[in-house]
Write a protein that binds this ligand. Sequence first.
Ligand SMILES: Cc1ncc(COP(=O)(O)O)c(C=O)c1O
Length: 364
Amino acid sequence: MSVTFAEKLARMPGYQAGVPTGQAPEAIASGGIAQLASNESPFPPYPKVVEAIAAAAGAMNRYPDPDATLLRRRIAERYETEPARVAVGNGSCEILLAAAEALCEPGAEILYSWPAFSMYPYLPALTGAREVRVPLGEGDVHDLDAMAAEVTAATQLVLVCNPNNPTGTHIPATEVAAFCERLPGHVTVILDEAYVEFQTHDDPDATVDLLADLANLVVLRTFSKIYGLAGLRVGYALGSPKFRAAIDAVRQPFSVNALAQAAGAEAILHQDDVTRRVESTIVERIRVEDGLSELGMATSDTHANFSWIDLGEAEEAAVVAGLAERQIAVRPGTPLGDPGHIRVSYGTAEENRRFLAGLGEILD
Ligand SMILES: Cc1ncc(COP(=O)(O)O)c(C=O)c1O
């Protein structure tokens, strides 16, 4: 007799890391590898946040606060809402997985656009729900009409990635509102806004304002991107108290560790730093997009901290390999759902120059 694993194991898509495991942290820290494959911040956390982490480190003999009380209170204050409406998780990924577990039985449907965030296929695979993918529309933008047309009595969860990973495209809050209003009351919409701070269509809080009128909307955000805390794993969702209770019921109690709680609670106080970092990211976005256009490369209209590049005649694997030889890590489009593309995150000005120079040499 040999061990048999659960059937769902065969359905799991598996996660491909942005840079080869093991060597990455040292090589990136030394400036050797330009890590432009995971949409992280190229900047370390703010000094006050590092201080808060260091101060919390001395109490590591204790379990963290299972309710993340201070973190949830600070997030609630930032968005002028109640802590009961704030769910936290070990990265926003944990909240996505917990939401699927809390909402879906086998036979339910989970609907999302594709290509989108590579974690979404985990949700139906884990829960046994049916996956319904709707291709992105014109310009790699979510086709909300086509998505609404796929909603059925079985649809439990709709994921809208905005700005969308990997295309960077963004839908304004008014369109999100109109879409949510069309959906039946049994459907939960998670608006995944990991990159919302970088978009220039709306006030980044425009979608948070929608929560007052849309009972089934959940706004999902993270400390991994603009706050530069990807390594600590902490994300949050704003939604109904029922949604928060459901997430807490299925996630493990201590999933947001004490360092992550301390860091998030401090980071959210520094909105001036957020603004400065958004501005510097937009400067780099313009640099990279202009450089790509000079190389004759087409990109989608990005509102994020990365560009999605249509390689045209150039071969994806050769471009990725050529960049890797130059110590530049980017994401190939094939595993992200669209062959013939690469996704490049914005690094420091120097890393972005290296990327453009390297790509220029390869295309020559
Ligand atoms: C669209 C989107 N959502 C969520 C996440 C998950 O972020 P985290 O789990 O680090 O909060 C990512 C990470 O790349 C992402 O691209």
